[in-house]
Design a protein around this ligand. Structure first.
Ligand code: GLP
Length: 262
């Protein structure tokens, strides 16, 4: 796991966007796994900027989103379909037919989830999966107790998640209680993982995920099992890490990194 502690949210977003951009520059037809939530908004804004100002090309990119609320139609302002359109898709040139987001309105969840898994494989697997983290340590909607081998499925949200996400809805009762989510096992199959977290309210989840035991109570801890994961944090989210100084030292002394001038 590579832990990158950034001085600010803005810088974290830019550094993470550079990882995505450098993948697209070496593999223009990359398959990206995408996340929603407030955390990756800065990353998407930077990708949009790179597309508009620097010509970053998405014309061969395929995308798979992690999750979607069950019961929300695509045009519902709180749906993840809507979020992705507003923050990324309508600003860049990803072909419509290359975009995949779990359906919030399917009537056959089992068949849909099987198709989603199959479709990821047909497209060659996910090259780079972007992730956020919930305050209880979840990734996607893999709530505490989710099997670390879980696959795409319907999941009941935890009370904490409903409470956390209520800020996006008019009232807490409007938050759907089910979601379709990629499983932890699905996520771990991506070739690279890139998790972002900012703010003090994520500090405990981040510590548990990075420095705690691998366990289904903190599904983000599964990243410890992945050979190529990067975790981008701002100072506040890194605030409870025991090894923070070491992670910074590693970044300053990366093999091959230019030595500062003296
Ligand atoms: C939801 C999403 C997660 C996201 C989490 C944190 O639960 N399903 O993918 O990581 O919220 O969201 P935020 O970035 O808004 O804190």
């Amino acid at each position: 796991m590579e832990v990158i502690i950034c001085p600010s949210y803005e810088e974290m977003s830019i550094m993470a966007a550079r990882e995505v951009a450098s993948l697209l520059n070496t593999k223009p037809n990359a398959v990206l796994g995408l996340a929603t939530g407030s955390t990756p908004r800065g990353l998407y804004a930077e990708l949009v900027r790179m597309h508009k100002e620097e010509g970053l090309d998405f014309s061969q990119v395929t995308t798979f989103n992690l999750d979607e609320y069950v019961g929300l139609p695509d045009d519902h302002p709180q749906s993840y379909h809507y979020f992705m359109r507003e923050h990324l898709f309508k600003h860049v040139n990803i072909p419509e037919q290359n975009i995949h987001i779990p359906s919030g309105t399917t009537r056959n969840h089992v068949a849909f989830c099987e198709w989603y898994e199959r479709r990821i494989k047909e497209c060659g697997g996910i090259d780079l999966q972007i992730l956020g983290i919930g305050a209880d340590g979840h990734i996607a909607f893999n709530e505490p107790g989710s099997s670390l081998g879980s696959r795409t499925r319907i999941k009941t949200l935890a009370a904490q998640t409903i409470k956390d996400n209520a800020r996006f809805f008019e009232k807490e009762e409007d938050v759907p209680i089910y979601a379709i989510t990629m499983g932890v096992g699905t996520i771990l199959e991506a070739r690279r993982l890139l998790l972002l977290a900012n703010g003090e309210n994520k500090a405990e989840a981040v510590r548990n995920a990075i420095e705690g035991p691998v366990c289904s109570m903190v599904t983000a801890s599964a990243l410890q099992l992945h050979p190529r994961s990067m975790i981008f944090l701002d100072e506040a989210a890194a605030g409870k890490l025991q090894m923070a100084d070491y992670y910074k030292w590693v970044q300053q002394n990366k093999p091959g990194a230019p030595k500062p001038e003296v």
